[in-house]
Ligand binder design. Structure first.
Ligand code: NAP
Length: 454
């Protein structure tokens, strides 16, 4: 029984773990488009959240299992098609995540200096595809749109001191660019109220605990409206209550700080990004009120506006999956349509094709959420069995034909070691490679016949 898992982030590794546990005869190939594994744990989790990254130890154990092979630098759509994979593997699992970002869809988004938070995060985390972005970081005001954990991550990284980031695995270029600027104020915009904030209390408190940084809120924006107060009392989690209590504390008078402040705004939605000579200069925001809509609480504009200064705008309003060639896509929800993890095309099931993680349920939840989610898809895989068994020999030779610069797990282990050594030389956890070419050169893989010469 041969199974291909496309993508080697948390959901891909959890699918492999679950398959190994429940399907002893399974042989698993993890296919990854980058020469590095771990998806958002490497490219998304903030550099100052090293504890969270320790989860990769369990993924490395999975990769070391003799029933598992990991192949890097091979991309679905570029090097292989989904039909080709389905012909060579008994079952295929898509664990491709959500590689793009949602946009606001307001005027001014195309101005220079407007980015998605996804791009910013990928840049400081060394993702090779985002190293060419030039963020204007030497500005006084930054506007971050959205109040989820990604917004908290980027606000914290923007406000953190050099000493806070210096020992982490942030790239050398990002460390320099981020910590020698004049930026002092980060305005973070929530279109609804504090009871509806999507961040977790720990993430907000971490910002308040940064040296020399204040978190500020406006008293009139953190006072709950009657609908939110009733919702909080009836349905609010401990995290919701903690968030509301904390943002109220932040509304009091504070002493001026030297290094930075975060203005956490609520009931404030962006309506237009304003520019000067093609460059962002501010954001027109509108005060909102909370109303009931479709059984939930929504924001409705009141018409009252103000302009916030901004030299950089980061939109942190959620990730979005990119459609894959030949794979059904629900454009409205931005996911692969499925029933219990089995991919469907209209009413009918695509034989032997499955989906896990953000590509399955949308961009929500923490890393651990993927464990149960992947296990649920694996249960479906076992229940449905194989419809069209694979044909032909072991696909490894074919993969190598399609991508002569195929990267193996031993290659990644070498890159991993090299990154740690480079980091140790400058007092960091690791200094990541930032280009695919550089990585391939390090593992002697740039010669197209590399597999024969190694
Ligand atoms: P998220 O949690 O869904 O938050 C998105 C935010 O954008 C919400 O505040 C949402 O407000 C707002 N938003 C959406 N559309 C908007 C619009 N048109 N105008 C203004 N605001 C808008 O997404 P995320 O922050 O990208 O995080 C994704 C997942 O990764 C989450 O589950 C998160 O917890 C997780 N994550 C965790 C960590 C961590 O544990 N440290 C770090 C990063 C990410 P509404 O609620 O009003 O829609």
């Amino acid at each position: 029984m041969r199974i291909a898992i496309v993508g080697s982030g948390p959901s891909g590794f959890y699918a492999a773990q679950s398959l190994l546990a429940s399907h002893p005869t399974a042989r698993i190939d993890l296919l990854e488009r980058l020469p590095t594994p771990y998806g958002l744990v490497r490219g998304g989790v903030a550099p100052d959240h090293q504890k969270i990254k320790r989860v990769v130890k369990t993924y490395a154990k999975t990769a070391a299992d003799p029933r598992v092979r990991w192949f890097g630098n091979i991309e679905l759509g570029r090097d292989v098609t989904i039909d080709e994979l389905l012909a060579r593997y008994d079952q295929v699992v898509l664990a491709v995540g959500a590689q793009s970002a949602r946009k606001l869809g307001i005027p001014g988004e195309d101005l220079r200096g407007v980015f998605t938070a996804t791009e910013f995060v990928a840049w400081y985390n060394a993702h090779p595809q985002f190293q060419d972005r030039a963020f204007p970081l030497h500005v006084k005001d930054v506007v971050v749109v959205g109040v989820g954990n990604v917004a908290m991550d980027v606000a914290r990284i923007l406000l953190a001191s050099r000493s806070h980031l210096a020992g982490t695995d942030i790239t050398a270029a990002a460390l320099d660019d981020l910590t020698d600027g004049k930026r002092t104020r980060v305005h973070v915009l929530g279109r609804r109220g504090p009871a509806q904030a999507a961040f977790t209390p720990k993430e907000l408190r971490e910002i308040a605990e940064l040296e020399g940084v204040d978190v500020r809120t406006r008293a009139n924006e953190v006072e709950l409206d009657p609908l939110s107060a009733a919702w909080l009392a009836e349905h609010g989690t401990k995290a919701d209550h903690d968030n509301v209590a904390f943002v109220k504390e932040c509304a009091g008078a504070r002493e001026e700080r030297e290094s930075g402040e975060m203005w956490l705004r609520f009931c404030t939605q962006p309506v237009e990004i304003l520019g000067e000579e093609g460059k962002v200069a501010g954001v027109r925001v509108e005060r909102t009120e909370i109303i009931e809509r479709n059984g939930g609480l929504s924001a409705r504009g009141t018409g009252e506006t103000e302009v916030l200064p901004a030299g950089l705008v980061l939109e942190a309003v959620g990730y979005r999956m990119i459609a894959l060639p030949g794979v059904p896509f629900d454009a409205k929800r931005g996911v692969v349509p499925h029933v219990d993890g089995a991919v469907i095309d209209g009413e009918s099931r695509v034989p032997d094709l499955f989906v896990v993680g953000w590509a399955k349920r949308g961009p929500s939840g923490l890393i651990g959420t993927n464990k149960g989610d992947s296990a649920a898809t694996v249960a479906t895989m076992l229940e449905l069995g194989v419809v069209r068994p694979a044909e032909g020999p072991d696909p490894e030779g074919w993969l190598l034909e399609r991508q002569p610069m195929l990267v193996r797990w031993e290659d990644w282990e070498r890159l991993d070691e090299l990154e740690r050594v480079r980091g140790a030389e400058v007092g960091k956890v690791r200094e990541k490679f930032t280009s695919v070419q550089q990585m391939l050169a390090e593992i002697d893989c740039l010669d197209p016949n590399c597999d024969e010469v190694r």
